[in-house]
Design a protein around this ligand. Structure first.
Ligand code: PGA
Length: 259
């Protein structure tokens, strides 16, 4: 059972899916499912930029127990950076959560540890909650380098953060080989790495309040085993977050284990 001081988070990462009508339909459907559930985790909908305002409006109208999150942002306030979105722009539309350094950003958009660290600092500067994604690639795991990669990715971020801010950062351990592949990491191994992340954070300051999620092929069937681990405080869900019934089944499983 996870530490009860840490409120669990179930985050749905829609990636480059859902037009605005689809996003609203999802929000309405999920809101119907959660009615009557008293102890819900924090539920995040990581929508594409184009749907953030629409989803936020739907949440407000329905009084739904969800928050929106952006899937990335630039670390600068403004400037000649065509196509980028700044923290100020997200705050302007009431977005207070942001995924940082998702492996697809690292893989396809050249984000490196320094970029991820700068974005995390920017999010904290503006009172946003960054969900910092870290994880090893398959060749790194096979070469026995998992712990070293994790350590490097954690230190890059935590090196720049004041001890008092450590509890404001959420980490998501997402082994790259488990993302979108259907190959979920064994719960005990995922917990071992999440524990390693917490131990590393503890070198810098208090780590007991920091929430650490697992992501990578989370499905309703795998949720219970993952969420019952001591250091896994929730899930970052990609494919299985696109359908409200499946996503709700994950939320429900998390509630059963964490309640
Ligand atoms: P997946 O994606 O659940 O489809 O593996 C997870 C993620 O990309 O965060």
């Amino acid at each position: 059972m996870a530490n009860s001081q840490r409120r669990p988070i179930i985050a749905g990462n829609w990636k480059m899916f859902k037009t605005t009508p689809e996003a609203v339909a999802f929000t309405e459907a999920l809101n119907k499912r959660v009615q009557g559930h008293a102890t819900l985790p924090e539920i995040l909908l990581c929508a594409p930029f184009t749907a953030l305002t629409t989803v936020n409006d739907a949440i407000k109208k329905l009084n739904a127990p969800f928050a929106v999150a952006a899937q990335t942002m630039d670390h600068r306030d403004n400037g000649a950076f065509t196509g980028e979105i700044s923290p100020l722009m997200l705050l302007d539309i009431n977005v207070r959560w942001v995924l940082i350094g998702h492996s697809e950003r690292r893989q396809y958009f050249n984000e490196i540890d320094d970029t991820v660290a700068a974005k995390t600092v920017a999010a904290l500067k503006y009172g946003m909650t960054p969900v910092v994604c870290i994880g090893e690639e398959l060749q790194e795991r096979e070469a026995g380098l998992t712990d070293r990669v994790i350590e490097q990715q954690v230190r890059a971020v935590v090196d720049l953060i004041a001890p008092s801010e450590l509890s404001k950062v959420v980490f998501a351990y997402e082994p790259v080989w488990a993302i979108g592949t259907g190959k979920v990491c064994e719960a005990e191994e995922a917990n071992r790495v999440c524990k390693l992340i917490r131990t590393l954070i503890a070198e810098y300051g208090p780590a007991e309040q920091t929430r650490i999620l697992y992501g990578g092929s989370v499905k309703p069937e795998s949720t219970s085993a993952l969420m019952s681990q001591s250091d896994i405080d929730g899930g970052l869900v990609g494919g299985a977050s696109l359908d409200p019934d499946t996503f709700f089944a994950i939320i429900e499983q998390a509630c059963l284990v964490k309640a």
